[in-house]
Design a protein. Sequence first.
Length: 347
Amino acid sequence: MSEPDFSQLLSKYDRRDMAGFTRKFVDDLGVAISTEMGIVEDCDWSGVICLGMGGSAAGGLFLKAISDETGGLPFVVWRDYGLPSWWGPEWLVLATSYSGGTEETLDAVKEAISGGGTIVGICSGGELGEILAESEESVCLNVPSGQMPRSAFGHIFGTQLSACWSLGLLPEPSEEEITEMLQRLSTASSNSDLSGNSGMAATLSRSLVGKELGIVSPTCLGPAAYRFSCQLNENSAKFARASEVPEMNHNEIVAWTGKASENSALLLLSCEGLHPRTDSRIEWMLDEVEATPTCVIECEGESLLERLLYAAHVSDWISIGIAVLTEEDPSDMPAIESLKSHLGSIQ
C-alpha cells in the first residue's frame, strides 16, 4: 500500500494555507531581525517581564532560555491577567499580542501603564497599538497582519529578538553569524517540507498518528518542546504534553516505564553541549522506555538560538503532517473562536 501523498492532503485539508505560512518562516524571521527598530540601547532594568498568550507568548519563553544561557537579566513570562505582585516600574514590560486584542495582555498592559511602567509592545494593530500610542513611556513595534498567530512566529519572535538586541538586553550575533544561521535554517526548512513526501517530518508524522504524544527535552530546549505540544494541540487537534530532563526524571519517568507508555510515542529533543549527566539520563531513557515509536530529534545549530529555531520549525511541519493525515484543517480552531465569542458576550 502506497504512503499518503502530502501534497494532495495539504490541498484538501489545509484550507488557509498553514503550510504556505510555514514555508515563509525563515524569510519572515530574516526580515524581522534585520528591520531597524528605532529604539536605543537601554539595559538598565531589573529584568524583563514578557506578556502574551498562546502563539504570542512562545517568543518570551525562547528569550528567557537564551537569557538564562548568555544574558545578564532575568526574563519572566507572564500568561495571565494583571501583573505579579512583585512587579515594579524598574522591570521592562515586553507585551506581545499578534492581533492587538488579547484581553489578558491588554489587562496587564493597562496595569503596567497605571503603575508607571515602560512597555515595548509588539502587535499587528488593534487595541494594544492604540493604548501604547497614548503612553509616552512606551513604544509599539508593528508586525504584518493577516495570519494565525501561531503561524506568524517568524514575524513575532524576530521582532522580539531584534528589540532585545537593540536595547542591549541580549548579546547580538555578528551579521555573518546571522546570515549563516538563516542559510542553515533555510536548508532545514526545505528538507522538512511535507510536499516532498520524504524526510524526517513526513516520516515522523506518519508514525505518530493514533499515538499519545510525550515530548521530552533538556531544559534549554524546553520552550521548543512546549511550543511543539501547543502546535499539536492547535494544528493537529491532538493531546500532547512536554516535560524536561532532569526534572521529569524525578516523577514522569515512572509512568514512561510502566503500562501507561503502551500507546504512547516518546519524542526526545536533544542537541550538543548538554551537561554530561543530562546526556546520561537521556541515554538511560532510550534504553529503558519501551514506547513505540521512540524518536530523537537532534536540534542542529551553532548556538542555542539556532537550535531552538530549528526545533520550532521542524516540529511545525510535524504538527501539520499529523493534522492532514487525520483529516484536520491545521488552521481550524472552533473551540478558541467559540470561547472568544462567549467571553465577548459577557463583557
